[in-house]
Every structure is written in C-alpha cells, then in structure tokens.
Design a protein around this ligand. Sequence first.
Ligand code: 5GP
Ligand code: ZN
Length: 112
Amino acid sequence: MDCLFCKIINGEIPSNKVYEDELVYAFRDIEPQAPTHILIIPKQHIKSAAEIDESNSAVVAHIFEVAAKIAKQEGLDDGFRIVNNCGDIAGQTVKHLHFHLMGGREFGWPAG
Ligand code: 5GP
Ligand code: ZN
C-alpha cells in the first residue's frame, strides 16, 4: 500500500521516533507547529477518524494513554493540545489516522 505513514512504521522512510509498542508508533512532525509536535499513529492502517468503529477503537484509547505518557516525558506539565484532522475539509493531508500532540506554547481556539 502506498501510504507514507505505513512506510514510516516499517522503516522505509526514516523518522525521529519518540515511542513505539506493538500497537502504536510516535514520531516528531517534520514541520513542527509548536516546540513539541509529535504524531501518534496506530500501526494498523486506519484511513481516518471516520473509519473508527467497534472493531478498531481500542487502539484509539491506547493512543490517548500513550499521549499522556509522552506529554509527561516531554515536560508538558502546563498542558498540551491533541488534534485530529479528519478528511480534506479539516486539512487531513496523510490518509492514515494520526493524532498531533502539541505543546510548549499557548494555543488559540478554535484555530492556531
Ligand atoms: P495532517 O495535515 O494530515 O493532519 O497531518 C500530517 C502531518 O504529517 C503534518 O503535520 C506534516 O508536517 C507531517 N508529515 C508529512 N510528511 C511527513 C514525513 O515524511 N515525516 C514526518 N515526520 N512528518 C510528516
Ligand atoms: Zn498507512
């Protein structure tokens, strides 16, 4: 399958790994939008948040456990933002489910 993040998981494309276990892979975003900007992805290819259902949702709970662990490791004690862009209208550019974990600066709402 021609998927950028599947290639990152299997090492075909290099990445700056932050965390890995049997279910998920986390690595630094190539174009960071905050001092800490990490992408957390399931090893299973899920296209987007719209494809989450009862058969694959356990990995999403696990991703949030991992996010909290990484946030502690990164010293994001003042808080952080977790973002998922789903579909073209939301700006999803890579069609493999991923959660952005960002911290180290203040964030606006709803954007920025
Ligand atoms: P999206 O826009 O789909 O929510 O997020 C995709 C993210 O993947 C973007 O923040 C982009 O900077 C990041 N990205 C795209 N290609 C690569 C890559 O080859 N390596 C890494 N580490 N990040 C990438
Ligand atoms: Zn993939």
